[in-house]
Design a protein around this ligand. Structure first.
Ligand code: SAH
Length: 391
């Protein structure tokens, strides 16, 4: 770890995404662990933070905005890059230290090709212009690349030439998706999509299993750390092959599918229908007969299980940053698992939910943090809980 070089980023101040870039990596880890404990105590104590061997260029998902903005001379100009933290101002950053390098190269080529074809960037003020965002995802193990062009309109003049040119430069682009976002919104992706090239998804591998990922499904952005995190979560579940497991907020089914060989049965639950479709395919793709995916709100699903007096032996939950709900946590206690494994990217909501679960009779036994997002303020935590004796 001591050999990791501290690198400064010239855009650090303007961008604001990486709050600790330029500092020695070990120092950033120590600070993160300290801050995390300040937030989650007294609900839990996190003993350790696991860092990366190489904490640069880890992001497998890269997003650039394409916009019309005023320059220093008050002229309206095309700008491509990332949002400065907490704003809607786009700044053109080249050679980002945390983004996947090939994705960055593709983005630069997209800027060139868009210029060649005189493709207008979207203007938030007037609602005119075509190109709004580009999202690129790269399979860590497979190297497969997905390019999502977010446009304000379904029609893209010169689409075929655009895609051909891009693929010629980057032959491992597996698919190019056109996503239409014609709304006045902060959301990046719209509802409608067509495939300009390929099948609309890429594949990647985690913990020896194969996963299909489509454009609107969640996939952890740091694959190296995801494998470490899942490894700990699954180890702590202590499965013997006889357990009924719930994987709540399952996304494309990753945690459930990675545990399936060690469990009797797994039910994954997820709200996003696209992620559920991926998860269903992923269950089959990995030849698993003991995993079922349910497309439902996790709280409602678990409450239904509780109402039917169904039990579970292990519950994994991996909710969004806002955390889980009282409905879910009430039901989690009612289905009476031996272990609950909470994976969280939001320390505040984690502290709140752990406190609530304590009232329901479950207490943290172990907690470990993972540096899923080096140099930023974000951190991922896994907590093992079990029932308090006599409750
Ligand atoms: N466990 C997965 C996904 C974690 S991200 C992984 O590691 O990849 C959180 C997931 O919760 C997202 O896929 C999101 O779509 C889903 N989600 C958000 N709110 C939900 C709800 N109320 N019920 C079920 N799933 C929900």
């Amino acid at each position: 770890m001591s050999e990791i070089k501290a690198i400064t980023c010239p855009w650090r101040k303007k961008c604001g995404g990486c709050t600790t870039i330029g500092q020695p990596y070990q120092l950033t880890l120590d600070t993160k662990l300290k801050k995390l404990n300040e937030t989650v105590r007294p609900a839990a104590k996190v003993d350790e933070i696991v860092g990366m061997e190489d904490p640069y260029h880890y992001r497998n998902k890269v997003h650039w905005c394409f916009a019309m903005q005023n320059n220093a001379y008050n002229e309206r100009v095309h700008v491509a890059g990332i949002y400065a933290a907490g704003t809607h101002k786009v700044i053109s950053v080249s050679n980002c230290l945390i983004e996947n390098e090939e994705a960055d190269a593709i983005l630069k080529d997209i800027v060139q090709i868009a210029r060649k074809y005189k493709m207008p960037y979207f203007d938030e003020d007037t609602g005119l212009g075509l190109l709004r965002h580009v999202v690129i995802r790269t399979g860590h193990k497979t190297g497969q690349i997905m390019v999502v062009l977010v446009l304000s309109d379904r029609e893209m003049p010169g689409k075929k030439n655009f895609v051909d040119l891009l693929r010629k430069k980057h032959p491992n682009i597996e698919t190019v998706v056109i996503n239409v976002n014609d709304q006045k919104t902060n959301m990046v992706l719209g509802e409608r999509e067509t495939n300009a090239y390929g099948r609309g998804f890429i594949e990647d591998e985690l913990c020896g299993k194969r996963f299909r990922i489509s454009s609107r499904s969640f996939y952890q952005v740091n694959s190296e750390m995801t494998e470490k995190l899942y490894g700990t979560a699954i180890e702590w579940a202590n499965l013997t092959g006889h357990e009924k497991v719930v994987d709540a907020y399952c996304g494309i089914g990753t945690i459930g599918i990675c545990t399936a060989d060690k469990a009797k049965s797994v039910i994954g639950c997820e709200l996003n229908p696209d992620a559920c479709k991926d998860a269903d395919v992923n269950v089959k793709r990995n030849g698993l007969k003991n995993v079922r995916i349910v497309n439902e709100d996790a709280g409602r699903f678990l409450s239904e299980m509780a109402d039917e007096h169904e039990k579970a032996d292990v519950i994994f939950l991996d909710p969004p940053r806002s955390g889980s709900t009282e409905e879910f946590l009430d039901a989690a206690a009612a289905v009476s698992p031996g272990r609950i494994i909470y994976i969280s990217c939001g320390p505040e909501s984690l502290a709140r939910d752990l406190k609530y679960l304590k009232k329901k009779g479950y207490t943290p036994r172990k907690a470990k943090a993972f540096d899923m997002f080096p140099f930023t303020d974000h951190v991922e935590t896994v907590v093992l809980m079990s029932r308090i004796e006599g409750k």
